[in-house]
Unconditional design. Structure first.
Length: 380
C-alpha cells in the first residue's frame, strides 16, 4: 500500500495513515516524487496557503481532455481554478448551497418521482448511490422530473474523465455527456420560469459569464455525484455490519444525522487531493519550491488525534473531507442533507438486511466509493 492506493484499501486508517502522520506534518516520498501532508496541522496549512494551487500552472486542464468538450467545461469549473474564475462562481452559488444544509427534503422527496422503491439487489442499491442524489439535486435546480435520472446518468459519464485512470472510451463518453449537460443547463437558465434554487443563484450571478454559469451549474451535479456516492456507500457498509445500530438510526432521524456527520470524517468519500506550488514558500518549516506537488491526505488528517482535542463547536473537528480554506466545498451541507434524506428512506426498507451483497472499491487515485455487487459477483 502507498499513499495513493490507500484510498481504495479496505482499511488504511489504523496502520498506514498512522505511520504517515508519525513521519511528521510534511514529508517527502521519493518513490512518488510528492510531498505528503498527513497531519491536521499540515493539511490545514497547505489548503490555506495562497501559493498552493489546485492545478499546475503548465497544465490547467488535464492533457487527456484538453481541447475537447469535456476539457472546455473543466476549464471553467470553480473547483479547478484559483483567482476570479474560482471566486466569481462561488459568490453566486455558495449562499444557496450553505443554506441547503438545513432544508427539510422529506416533503419534497415524498412528492418526487421516480418512486423511491426498496432495493431488491445490488443494481437497485447502485441506483440509490449513484443516480438518486444527483437526480434529486437536478430536480431542485428545476430539471423536469422525467429527465432527472438521465441527467444523473450522463453526469456519471462526465465525471469519469476527471480520473487519470479514464480510458479513451470514457473520455469520448465524457465529451458527449459534457455537451448534453451543458445544453441542459443552458435550457434551465433560459427557461421563462426558474426553480427557487436556480432563481437565487441567478439573482447573485453578478458578472458571471453565461458559459461559466452553465459550467458551474453542471459542476454542482458533478461534485454531488462522487461525494454522495461515496458518503452513502461508506455509510451503508458500516450500517449493514451493525444491525443494532441500523435499527436504532432507522427510527431516529436526528441520531442518523449526527452519526453521518461523524462517519464522513471517519470514512470519507475523498481521501486525498493535490496542491501544486506556484512559487517558493515555507510551510511548517519546510521549504517548498515552485513546481513541487503536495499530496494532501485528507483522510489521514481526519484521524489525527489532534482533532478530537478540539472544542465540539470548532468546525475543524469535523475533519477535512470537504476541504478547508478558500477551496472548502460550500456544498458539504447539501451533500450531507441529500445523503441523510436518502439514507433515512433506505433504512425503512424491510429487506435491506436480507440483501446478499459483496463490495469492493471503484478504481481511483483519490476517491473511496464502494461498488456493491450481488454476493459472489465482485470483480466480475
Amino acid at each position: 500500500m502507498d499513499p495513493i492506493s490507500a484510498a481504495t484499501h479496505f482499511d488504511p486508517y489504523h496502520c498506514h495513515y498512522t505511520r504517515l502522520r508519525e513521519q511528521g506534518g510534511l514529508s517527502y516520498d521519493s518513490t512518488l516524487g510528492l510531498w505528503l501532508a498527513s497531519t491536521a496541522a499540515a493539511v490545514a496549512a497547505v489548503l490555506a496557503h495562497p501559493a498552493c494551487r489546485v492545478r499546475p500552472a503548465q497544465e490547467p486542464v488535464p492533457r487527456a481532455i484538453a481541447g475537447r468538450p469535456a476539457g472546455e467545461v473543466f476549464a471553467r469549473l470553480m473547483r479547478m481554478n484559483d483567482g476570479p474564475r474560482h471566486a466569481c462562481p462561488r459568490a453566486a452559488m455558495a449562499p444557496m448551497l450553505e443554506d441547503a444544509a438545513s432544508i427539510d427534503l422529506g416533503p419534497w422527496l415524498a412528492r418526487w418521482r421516480p418512486a423511491l422503491s426498496a432495493p431488491g439487489c445490488a443494481a437497485d442499491l447502485q441506483r440509490w448511490q449513484f443516480r438518486l442524489p444527483v437526480a434529486l439535486l437536478a430536480g431542485l435546480l428545476g430539471v423536469a422530473q422525467e429527465h432527472c435520472e438521465e441527467l444523473a446518468r450522463r453526469t456519471g459519464e462526465f465525471v469519469a474523465c476527471f480520473s487519470p485512470l479514464a480510458s479513451a472510451e470514457q473520455v469520448q463518453a465524457a465529451d458527449r455527456a459534457a455537451q448534453y449537460l451543458s445544453s441542459s443547463m443552458q435550457a434551465l437558465v433560459e427557461a421563462p420560469v426558474h426553480s427557487p434554487w436556480l432563481r437565487r443563484i441567478l439573482a447573485q450571478r453578478g458578472a458571471l459569464e453565461p458559459l461559466d454559469l452553465q459550467a458551474n451549474l453542471l459542476g454542482l451535479l458533478a461534485q454531488a455525484h462522487d461525494a454522495c456516492a461515496g458518503l452513502l456507500g461508506n455509510a451503508l457498509i458500516a450500517l449493514l455490519a451493525d444491525p443494532a445500530l441500523r435499527q436504532q438510526l432507522a427510527s431516529d432521524p436526528h441520531a442518523l444525522q449526527a452519526w453521518l456527520l461523524q462517519r464522513q470524517r471517519l470514512d470519507p468519500p475523498v481521501h486525498n487531493t493535490r496542491r501544486f506550488i506556484a512559487e517558493d514558500c515555507s510551510l511548517l518549516g519546510v521549504e517548498l519550491r515552485a513546481g513541487d506537488c503536495v499530496l494532501v491526505l485528507l483522510a489521514a488528517a481526519n484521524h489525527d488525534p489532534a482533532l478530537t482535542a478540539l472544542s465540539d463547536h470548532d468546525p475543524a473537528r469535523l475533519g477535512f473531507s470537504f476541504g478547508a480554506g478558500v477551496h472548502r466545498c460550500p456544498g458539504r451541507g447539501l451533500a450531507l442533507n441529500l445523503v441523510h434524506s436518502l439514507l433515512h428512506q433506505l433504512l425503512q426498507a424491510p429487506n435491506l438486511a436480507q440483501l446478499a451483497l459483496s463490495w469492493d472499491y471503484q478504481p481511483s487515485v483519490n476517491g473511496r466509493i464502494p461498488r456493491f455487487s450481488d454476493l459472489g459477483e465482485v470483480g466480475q
